[in-house]
Design a protein around this ligand. Structure first.
Ligand code: ARG
Length: 580
């Protein structure tokens, strides 16, 4: 049940019945403080102003028409015209009971199913994935999982950087390596970073090599078999490496989701042609440029965006235009989400602007750049190794596992070796992902091992541990979740607070899916765990003297808390364990 949605519907009806305009937003929110009720409606003040009415008077009219029979037991006006809503405990208990019985924990699938194309991860060929790609990959994957869970048609697009002038030098270098020996080739390709660096070094230092590299770019673009073969080899090696990282990270991307830049090669001419037909192109020093009034350069003149270089050759922008066209017209997207570094903000604004003008994207499609900030080191500077080079993702994950292993060795004495391996993996990968996901995506954040591996605070270890505690309650009680039946009784404040929070899972996920902000889900799970700890202190389950009715009620509340934690963490791409 989505309580927020239910209250919004009822409030809208009441607002209209009280004479407010049809398009008045309901503005229902969870209340910030308990003495403002469980939810509050903030719509009245603005509506009253429009209607030329006294806000408190309108608030009273709205309340008179507000039908919350059996749902709320108190509705009151506060301050200048806020409406506070207090939900009825028996209604909360019943709603909770339906969630307990529902395999989806009370989260209905959407009735407005959309096709959502999600562009995320998008690393580059012949370069190892580094920490910069971590954010896109895990935030994008959390969004994708949430959208899918809500019933949307999600199409993952891994916009791999697999085309461009750098392939000339990469092909030339690979050619030489292969001539040398098979061994040397596989050695260098095993470490793409070295391979790329070597190629670049030769390109910068060796004239003949550079000339050959340039000729290969031209040949590659013309579809030369030899160049394509070597190019394909580089793409495959990179994809294999990336897939290992995705699997290790528990990220849902597969090879089937790869739709690299090269996939659009054949449609780039068509893109230019359409731009030309729409009168959007200007020749500027041999280059083809789209001038945009919406963007000004530093002299205050319309900004020019190059879409074809002089002498031919397309750009990152041209490919993105072709990609939008494909996503809107072939994949039939309702929304296209881009999980890309905030520094590419202007690039996307321009691409969207051109795409709308050219009709690559129709008006109804929502194009959204879900930007994110940088990962910083403890010194507040971009996260790098001590030597100042970028940190490879695999190295980071290795370190996470080492640290988690040390932590688990100290904490959990009585686990089998196999259990330990699973716990270490869950804690290590979970901590790295959760530390990132729990921050607002648009801000930069400091990568700090001690914080992310702490058992206190809004961290993965804390949530994973909370989940294991619930599992242990059932072990102690000697029952399975599915065996517990009966009513849910809400008898005290801690129980009521937890019941309210558990009933908010659905509205929370809707919000995450709408805004692409997984930190909201993290905050919610943290909140639930806190409410659960309080509940468990105030409401014993396995203690003597607790009546069977009460015990069954509480066990069901425990069960639902556990399922929501597990499901929520799964939507974040984080694995749970039953014991740690
Ligand atoms: N490969 C690019 C990079 O590493 C990211 C691509 C993002 N997606 C896009 N459609 N432009 O910066």
């Amino acid at each position: 049940m989505n309580i927020l949605k239910l209250l919004e519907d009822r409030v809208i009806k009441a607002l209209i019945a009280a004479g407010a305009p049809e398009d008045t937003p309901a503005m229902v929110r969870p209340s910030a403080k308990a003495n403002f009720g469980d939810y509050q409606c903030n719509a009245v003040m603005a509506a009253a102003k429009k209607m030329g009415m006294n806000p408190r008077e309108l608030a009273q009219n709205v309340i008179d028409h507000l039908d919350l029979e059996g749902i709320a037991n108190k509705v009151e006006i506060a301050g200048p015209g806020f409406i506070n809503i207090y939900l009825d405990a028996p209604w909360l208990a019943n709603t909770l009971l339906s969630a307990v019985k529902d395999p989806r924990a009370g989260v209905a699938k959407t009735v407005h199913r959309q096709t959502v194309v999600v562009d995320y991860s998008a690393p580059n060929v012949a370069k190892e994935m580094h920490v910069g790609h971590l954010r896109s990959t895990i935030i994008g994957d959390a969004a994708v999982r949430t959208l899918e869970f809500l019933g949307h048609n999600v199409i993952r697009q891994n916009h791999l950087g697999d085309w461009g002038t750098q392939f000339g030098m990469l092909i030339a270098h690979l050619e030489d390596l292969e001539r040398e020996s098979q061994e040397a080739t596989s050695m260098e390709l095993g470490n793409l970073e070295t391979f790329y660096r070597e190629a670049k070094k030769r390109f910068d230092e060796d004239q003949d090599f550079a000339t050959r590299a340039r000729s290969y770019v031209v040949k590659l673009q013309a579809g030369d078999d030899f160049c394509l073969k070597l190019w394909k080899k580089l793409v495959d090696v990179t994809l294999e490496h990336n897939q290992e990282v995705y699997d290790r990270l528990n990220v849902s991307l597969t090879m089937d989701d790869v739709m690299g830049e090269s996939a659009y090669n054949d449609s780039l001419h068509a893109v230019i042609k359409i731009l030309d037909e729409k009168g959007l192109l200007t020749e500027d020093n041999g280059a083809k440029v789209v001038f945009l009034n919406e963007f000004k350069n530093k002299d205050g003149e319309p900004m020019g965006v190059i879409v074809e270089k002089s002498g031919g050759g397309f750009l990152y922008t041209t490919t993105d235009l072709a990609a939008i066209r494909h996503r809107c017209h072939t994949l039939n997207a309702d929304r296209v989400l881009y999980y890309v570094d905030a520094r590419q903000g202007q690039h996307f604004d321009q691409v969207y602007c051109i795409a709308r003008k050219a009709g690559f994207a129709t008006d109804h499609v929502s194009l959204e750049h879900h930007a994110f900030g940088m990962m910083l080191g403890k010194d507040g500077k971009p996260f790098k190794t001590r030597a100042g080079t970028t940190i490879k993702l695999v190295d980071l994950l290795d370190e996470a596992e080492e640290r988690a292993a040390a932590l688990i060795a100290r904490k959990s004495g009585d686990l089998s070796e196999e259990q330990k391996v699973n716990v270490i993996r869950a804690v290590a990968i979970g901590s790295v992902k959760y530390a990132d996901l729990s921050k607002h995506r648009t801000s930069d954040y400091v990568f700090d091992w001690d914080n992310m591996l702490a058992f206190e605070g809004n961290t993965a270890p804390y949530l994973l541990y909370a989940y294991t505690r619930i599992c242990s309650i059932f072990r102690k009680a000697g029952v399975n979740e599915s065996d517990v039946t009966g009513e849910i009784l809400i008898e005290n404040d801690a129980e009521r607070e937890l019941a309210l929070q558990l009933n908010r899972f659905s509205e929370n996920l809707e919000s995450v899916a709408r805004e692409g902000l997984p930190h909201q889900l993290c905050a919610y799970l943290y909140e639930i765990s806190g409410a659960f700890m309080k509940f468990y202190e105030a409401c014993p389950v396995n203690k003597e003297g607790v009546s069977p009715e009460l015990k069954n009620s509480r066990l069901q509340i425990c069960a639902l808390t556990g399922r929501i934690l597990k499901q929520g963490l799964d939507l974040l791409g984080i694995e749970t364990v039953e014991q740690m």
